[in-house]
Design a protein around this ligand. Structure first.
Ligand code: FAD
Ligand code: NAI
Length: 466
């Protein structure tokens, strides 16, 4: 039987695309090589990492914050196996949710590795070697990404781990070496620091979180240092000797120079992710990739071959679940003849540490590089009533608005619940708001979101609480 659409990969891009296409009346099937649906995000990414971030944050609060509020619970004790079970239950609930949704929308699923044999033909090889060819009018590649490897360092997922291994460590390492001060390094570094590890983060560049607003990154680094994380910037790990009881990492200045040996129990390699197109047969059908191996698409997610589309981590843009989801919806709508679209200028980015870091739109560095004149409104949480009473005053809100039109171009937040608050900024930007629109919108009191309003007021220098 021929399908209208076959989606290869069931991460947030793939499964959302399949469901939207089914809603629009298409006959849809998905192909997934792994045992469970949900891709990186649900199985080994967003969901398990957030479960551990949440649980470890409460553990830290119980140990360090409850007493200050007059809550006596004694010294909390860590039961890591139960914490891991808590995480696994969360993953299980989520992947089962996707299976339910696919079924509810009458989407067929094929378990196995999908290969595009020709436009309109997907070959599925199951684990037992059985090969089946399925016909379809359209194909969406949603095969996601995989861990980037560091040359000469073999990940064994036991002592030298990627994020996947770092989510299942059986005991708290005494010393954790994190290679890469990106999102994974800082989120999972925070988890294991809270649970008792000494964490050293080695970063190639002279700053953490490349791509994030520098002001935010600097403040965030200070806060993480206060919590006990240590950083070695402008440095690279050039080898890890795993022959002894302790790992010995060779760390060199990024610009070259004398190496030093750093001991660790576990090394987390978190230097980015790469698009996953292995075995897809892109060359055979002529689907073009760029110099980073990403599938090339036009603004309507069409590849170089008619009837074949691509979305999510496997194409250019931030490797984020919600970006993949929105591309999935847009592509299903485009295939159905509708006007699907993703506004790539308004994609929020959140780091789920404590405090959280969240941003949407342009950073100051990007605006400067583009020669765009802007005004800045900044408001610290030390001046926000709710943050004061909660004693979560670390961080600030920064709003960047066009100097000529006052249109909001970027919003950056470091602070408790920043990830939730950034939605307000994203909606405002999607509607083309000015900073004055935010400043004159009534915000409930006492909430942390009043800091967003005050930062907007600060753009025109009339912040009341500062
Ligand atoms: P994926 O989720 O990678 O899914 C691709 C699917 O395709 C996989 O299931 C794979 O098995 C399957 N597949 C691949 N090739 C084939 C084939 N040939 N045949 C059949 N199936 C195939 N993003 C956020 O927005 N928020 C977060 O908090 C967040 N946390 C993260 C934490 C970690 C530790 C990691 C690693 C990532 C995190 N991400 C987060 C990123 C997020 O997981 C990805 O951006 C997202 O999963 C991309 O979705 P996708 O659908 O493009 O691909
Ligand atoms: P990343 O791209 O965020 O950070 C990698 C870091 O490693 C960079 O700072 C880079 O300069 C550094 N680096 C690269 N090579 C190095 C080397 N040889 N030595 C030392 N440092 C080196 O990648 P990360 O953290 O692996 O995350 C991968 C992707 O997963 C990200 O693109 C992110 O979007 C996504 N993700 C998103 C999350 C979220 O939204 N909260 C959480 C976790 C991951």
């Amino acid at each position: 039987m021929a399908y209208d659409l076959i989606v290869i990969g069931t991460g947030p891009g793939g499964y959302v695309c399949a469901i939207r296409a089914a809603q629009l009346g298409m006959k849809v099937a998905v192909v997934e090589k792994d045992k469970t649906f949900g891709g990186t995000c649900l199985n080994i990414g967003c969901i398990p990492s957030k479960a551990l971030l949440y649980a470890s944050e409460l553990y830290e609060e119980a140990g360090h914050k409850f007493g200050r509020m007059g809550i006596r619970v004694g010294e909390p004790a860590l039961d890591l196996a139960t914490m891991m079970k808590f995480k696994d239950e969360g993953v299980d609930g989520n992947v089962k949710g996707v299976a339910f949704l696919l079924k509810k929308n009458k989407i067929d699923s094929f378990q196995g590795v999908g290969r595009i044999a020709a436009p309109g033909k997907v070959e599925v090889t199951s684990a037992d070697g059985k090969v089946e060819t399925v016909e379809t009018k359209n194909i969406v590649i949603a095969t996601g990404s995989d861990v980037a490897q560091l040359k000469g360092i073999a990940i064994d997922e036991t002592r030298i781990v990627s994020s996947t291994g770092a989510l299942v460590l059986p005991k708290v390492p005494e010393k954790l070496l994190v290679v890469g001060a990106g999102v994974i390094g800082l989120e999972l570094g925070s988890v294991w620091r809270r649970l008792g590890a000494q964490v050293l983060v080695v970063e190639f560049l002279d700053r953490i979180l490349p791509g994030m607003d520098l002001d935010v990154a600097k403040q965030f680094q200070r806060l993480l240092q206060k919590q006990g994380l240590t950083f070695k910037l402008s440095s690279k790990v050039t080898g890890v000797d795993a022959s002894g009881a302790k790992l010995k990492a060779r760390v060199e200045p990024a610009a070259g120079g004398a190496a030093e040996a750093i001991e660790a129990d576990v090394a987390l390699i978190a230097i980015g992710r790469v698009p996953y197109t292995q075995g897809l047969g892109l060359d055979t059908v002529g689907v073009k990739t760029d110099n980073k191996g990403r599938v090339m698409v036009d603004s309507r997610f069409a590849t170089s071959v008619a009837g074949i589309y691509a979305i999510g981590d496997v194409i250019a843009g931030p490797m984020l679940a919600h970006k993949a989801e929105d591309e999935g919806v847009a592509t299903a709508e485009i295939i159905a003849g509708r006007a699907g679209h993703v506004n790539h200028d308004v994609i929020p980015n959140v780091i789920y540490t404590f405090p959280e870091v969240a941003s949407v739109g342009k950073s100051e560095e990007e605006l400067k590089a583009a020669g765009i004149a802007y005004n800045t409104g900044r408001f610290p949480f030390t001046a926000n009533g709710r943050a004061k009473v909660n004693q979560t005053t670390d961080g600030f809100v920064k709003i960047l608005a066009d100097a000529n039109t006052d249109r909001v171009l970027g919003v950056h937040i470091v602070g408790a619940d920043a990830g939730t608050m950034i939605a307000e900024a994203a909606i405002a930007m999607e509607f083309g708001a000015s900073s004055e629109d935010i400043a004159r919108t009534c915000h409930a009191h006492p909430t942390l979101t009043e800091a967003v309003k005050e930062a907007a007021m600060a753009v025109e220098k009339w912040s009341i609480s500062m």
